[in-house]
Design a protein around this ligand. Structure first.
Ligand code: FES
Length: 105
């Protein structure tokens, strides 16, 4: 399945993401600058912050308490904010569009 990452500057990347891989790992493996993933995916840095396209928000897995509190630390969190490391790819998410913040800090 594919995920479309759109950088704050408009650059778009169509990335094949393996089922079970998370969106932070897939982005860093593909050298997408807008995601950093400093903590390595253990939900303690918020530098994998991204915005889910409104059309996809209802299809996302729920936000747990830990993600919720880390999102408060993210730069400019919005209602559609998520942490990339907490979203695992599934077949159902094929075609998912996510936008990256201007900065992770
Ligand atoms: Fe650190 Fe997601 S990679 S919170």
């Amino acid at each position: 399945p594919k995920v479309i990452y759109i950088e704050a500057n408009g650059a778009q990347y169509d990335v094949d993401v393996a089922v079970g891989q998370n969106l932070m790992e897939a982005a860093t493996e593909n050298m997408i600058d807008g995601i950093i993933g400093e903590c390595g995916g253990v939900c303690s840095c918020a530098t994998c912050h991204l915005y889910v396209d409104p059309a996809w928000v209802s299809k996302m897995p729920p936000v747990d308490d830990m993600e919720e509190s880390m999102l408060d630390m993210a730069n400019d969190p919005q209602d559609n904010s998520r942490l990339g490391c907490q979203i695992e790819m599934t077949e159902e998410l094929d075609g998912l569009i996510v936008r990256l913040p201007v900065s992770q800090f």
